[in-house]
Design a protein around this ligand. Structure first.
Ligand SMILES: Nc1ncnc2c1ncn2[C@@H]1O[C@H](COP(=O)(O)OP(=O)(O)OP(=O)(O)O)[C@@H](O)[C@H]1O
Ligand SMILES: [Mg+2]
Length: 237
């Protein structure tokens, strides 16, 4: 890996089987993401945003082409190695947030730290801080079914950032949030990006998310049609 790049993608093609044929979801994508980037994939529904994030996260595999994440060519990694790469270095915010229903808010956020063997004192500090950041300190003992959609999404965000990952993949992270909470959450993510150089790749339709991005990639029909650096007023002052 060029050590300035956290992700390198070359000639990525993804097709899904469909009937006897296949559906071409990504049509030859080449891209680099720099360390510390705060980038968004935007584009119409069905253009391939989630597919691309899933492949970068090692949750789905390319049909053709090469994807290198944190210096690992994913094609040369085992299922176990990809899981380890995620466990140690990546945070995910999914379109559906996949909280564990029998666990409380606190336990859901603590879960990634337990997997990583983080000692109890440190766990307590990190979990308390992450939950405080998303404004849910009064819901520590609630279970996901007792939360509103937006609160559930904020728990998912706390869980994604609690271990201070190198790379966060965020699929529509503000889909269930009102305007105020969307801005609040984006400001938290911006501060992580600044303080810890955490890299973020978003998939979004939300103008409120776009207002914070450094770079916007426009995906249409499985192809990148525009790749632009943006100067965002939200990031100043
Ligand atoms: N497992 C699958 N099997 C077959 N087709 C799939 C599969 N996953 C995605 N697709 C198709 O690939 C295309 C891209 O889907 P994707 O979920 O990446 O879109 P998206 O840009 O994230 O859309 P949205 O904005 O609605 O979330 C869609 O046409 C979708 O139907
Ligand atoms: Mg999607």
């Amino acid at each position: 890996m060029d050590n300035k790049h956290i992700v390198e993608i070359r000639n990525l093609v993804k097709h899904f089987p469909m009937g006897g044929d296949h559906f071409l979801a990504l049509k030859g994508i080449s891209l680099d993401f720099a360390v510390g980037e705060f980038t968004g994939l935007v584009g119409p529904s069905g253009s391939g945003k989630t597919t691309l994030l899933n492949i970068v996260g090692g949750l789905d595999s390319p049909s053709e082409g090469q994807v290198t994440v944190l210096g690992h060519n994913l094609a040369g990694t085992s299922h176990k190695q990809r899981a380890e790469l995620r466990r140690l270095h990546m945070g995910f915010i999914f379109q559906t947030y996949n909280l564990l229903p029998v666990y409380t808010v606190y336990e859901n956020v603590e879960f990634p730290l337990l997997l990583n063997g983080v000692p109890a004192d440190e766990r307590k500090r990190l979990v308390t801080r992450a939950i405080e950041l998303v404004g849910l300190s009064d819901k520590l003992g609630s279970r996901p079914a007792q939360l509103s959609g937006g609160e559930g999404q904020r728990v998912a965000i706390a869980r994604a950032i609690v271990k201070e990952p190198t790379l966060v993949l965020a699929d529509e992270p503000t889909a269930n949030l009102d305007a105020e909470n969307s801005h609040h959450v984006m400001k938290i993510l911006v501060s992580l990006n600044k303080e810890l150089s955490t890299s973020f790749i978003f998939a979004t339709h939300d103008e409120k998310v776009m207002a914070y991005l450094h770079r916007i990639l426009n995906l249409v029909d499985g192809k990148i049609v525009k790749d632009e650096l943006v100067e965002n007023p939200e990031l100043k002052g």
